[in-house]
Design a protein around this ligand. Structure first.
Ligand code: G3P
Length: 223
């Protein structure tokens, strides 16, 4: 994943399930082609393999399990993500929390396979603890701001700067992203000003009247 970046979590919004998501993924790839911006797509697991074949952008999973491949029903081992064409995965998103012991197993397993990990943290304490597991990225996302109209860069800039400082102090190899309520180029620019290498976002693009146009505006904040 190239920094600075916009990581677009498609979640499981109806607007992006199946064919609708495939079409949107192609339009998002055109934005990356036209602008040179680093855009990462995070589709639902059901669409990951198809989208990974459809576009040349890095595609990340929304979740990964620490199970070994084998007699495990309904789980997602890192090996399955690699075979599906994923370049990495989120883990511990506030909407899909994972026990620390699980992450201590799954993060190194992902990295051994060459999958990059974006570990999500709700707050500063969690961010600092996660830094000890050496994911490539930690995304600080106050849950109460997710899906809202106020960007975390406006509502809680101090949380972002503190997260950057504390994560860097705990593990200088970890890159920091931020997310929640990011929906305009000024939010992206501010996130970089506050010391992150990009943003993790969803509804500002997925639920926009014109998602491609919304993304084209956001990538201008990466400059
Ligand atoms: O994973 C990013 C997501 O939780 C942020 O959501 O809708 O506030 O951009 P949103």
């Amino acid at each position: 994943m190239r920094n600075p970046a916009i990581v677009l979590n498609l979640k499981t919004y109806p607007e992006i399930l199946g064919k609708r998501g495939w079409e949107l993924a192609k339009r998002f790839a055109a934005v990356a082609d036209d602008t040179g911006a680093s855009i990462v797509l995070v589709p639902p697991t059901s669409d990951l393999a198809h989208i990974a074949k459809l576009v040349h952008l890095p595609v990340f999973s929304q979740h990964v399990d620490a199970v070994e491949p084998g007699p495990t029903t309904g789980w997602i081992p890192p090996e399955a993500l690699l075979e599906a064409g994923a370049a990495g995965t989120l883990i511990n998103h506030s909407e899909r929390k994972v026990a620390w012991e699980e992450m201590a197993k799954s993060i190194p397993r992902c990295q051994k396979l060459g999958l990059e990990v974006i570990a999500c943290a709700d707050d500063l304490v969690e961010a600092e603890t996660l830094a000890k597991l050496s994911p490539e990225y930690i995304a600080i996302e106050p849950p109460e701001l997710i899906g809202g109209d106020v960007s975390v860069t406006t509502a809680k800039p101090e949380v972002i700067t503190k997260a950057v400082d504390r994560i860097r102090a705990a593990n200088p190899n970890v890159n920091v992203l931020c997310g929640a309520g990011v929906r305009a180029r000024k939010d992206v620019a501010k996130a970089l000003e506050l010391g992150t290498v990009g943003v993790l976002l969803s509804s500002g693009v997925v639920r926009a009247k014109d998602p491609e146009k919304a993304l084209r505006d956001l990538v201008k904040g990466l400059r």
